[in-house]
Write a protein that binds this ligand. Structure first.
Ligand SMILES: Nc1ncnc2c1ncn2[C@@H]1O[C@H](COP(=O)(O)OP(=O)(O)OP(=O)(O)O)[C@@H](O)[C@H]1O
Ligand SMILES: [Mg+2]
Length: 304
């Protein structure tokens, strides 16, 4: 056998045996609580620690371009030596997913260009969710284009849509007992249910409604994915004075207002702690520059 063929086989075997795929981090929470900011900060922290990290946003519009000042598309954009950012869109992932089963590009094109199939794809959103989670878990499952990263951080939709995301493969794994679609769904479910491979972060802010919604989601994750998410308590107001120290000044409007905020956030923290969940507390950063917020929060995440 020629020397180059030996080298090629050696490299292939080495990659197949040493690379186990990335650790997947899924960031969710109620709309507007800071999911994208937390996802970017976590990715920044991991990259700063020397882990090769891909930060992914889902959907048609990019939020990360405002943070990193670069156009974000499916091809990863290099932010620094360890951090890249990418945007994955449902239909493109579905095309890649179908290609995995069908192999022949011409047939895939026929499938997608067919009016009936187009209507089906739009009417059955679970297909896109399945394809997205299929891509997110493709590293450890060793299918599709390689994702050579140590960590994959996904800004993974808000509460309701996030439920739809994981319920797609979990539901299909139960509904389809055999065949390639059932097998794929089972292997995807297995990875998102395994805390060694997938970590889930529910972001909340210290107010009653987001915490209640976040805790309901955490309970569903525990029941249906059989793993316990971490709670990211974001936008915590770090006051130089405690609520107790403010009490003597309660006659002053501002002191009374600040005291109320501090009481409310302590109440929110207690509400989470009664559930025995791990809490990562992140401060309210007062800066207009998004990149600055991300760097500050990343440094805080390093400390926890
Ligand atoms: N810890 C923080 N300190 C200061 N500002 C923050 C913090 N976290 C988030 N923000 C700000 O709050 C706003 C909402 O944050 P972000 O866009 O990350 O939320 P989201 O949950 O991703 O929102 P959406 O549901 O719309 O996707 C942004 O202006 C962001 O800069
Ligand atoms: Mg967002």
């Amino acid at each position: 056998m020629p020397q180059f063929a030996n080298t090629y086989i050696w490299l292939f075997v080495r990659r197949a045996s040493s690379w186990e795929g990335s650790v997947i981090h899924l960031i969710t929470g109620k709309g507007g609580v800071g999911k994208s900011t937390v996802a970017a900060s976590l990715a920044w922290k991991l990259a700063a620690a020397g882990r090769k990290t891909l930060l992914v946003e889902l959907g048609e519009r990019s939020y990360f371009r405002h943070i990193f000042g670069a156009e974000i598309s499916v091809n990863p954009v290099f932010i620094n030596s360890h951090l890249s950012v990418s945007r994955w869109e449902g239909e493109a992932c579905l095309r890649e997913y179908i290609q995995h089963f069908v192999k022949v590009e011409k047939v895939v094109r026929l499938f997608f260009d067919n009016k009936v199939m187009k209507a089906l794809v739009h009417a059955a959103p679970a297909l896109k969710e399945l394809a997205l989670l299929g891509k997110i878990t493709s590293g450890p499952r060793r299918v599709g284009p390689p994702l050579p990263y140590d960590e994959l951080v996904v800004d993974a939709y808000s509460t309701g849509h996030f439920r739809a995301l994981w319920r797609a493969p979990v539901g299909m794994a139960e509904a389809i007992p055999f065949g390639p679609m059932g097998d794929q769904s089972r292997s995807i479910s297995q990875i998102i249910k395994d805390p060694a491979q997938t970590q889930i972060y529910v972001t909340v802010i210290p107010e009653e409604l987001p915490v209640t919604e976040g805790l309901e989601l955490a309970r569903d994750i525990q029941n249906e994915l059989e793993q316990t998410p971490k709670i990211v308590l974001n936008r915590w107001l770090e006051s130089p004075l405690t609520a107790e120290q403010l009490r003597p000044f309660a006659g002053h409007d501002f002191a009374a207002y600040l005291g109320q905020i501090l009481d409310r956030q302590e109440g929110a923290l207690a509400q989470i702690q009664t559930r025995g969940l791990t809490v990562l507390k992140l401060p309210w950063v007062f800066s207009d520059a998004m990149a600055e917020k991300v760097r500050t929060l990343a440094a805080r995440l390093e400390a926890v």
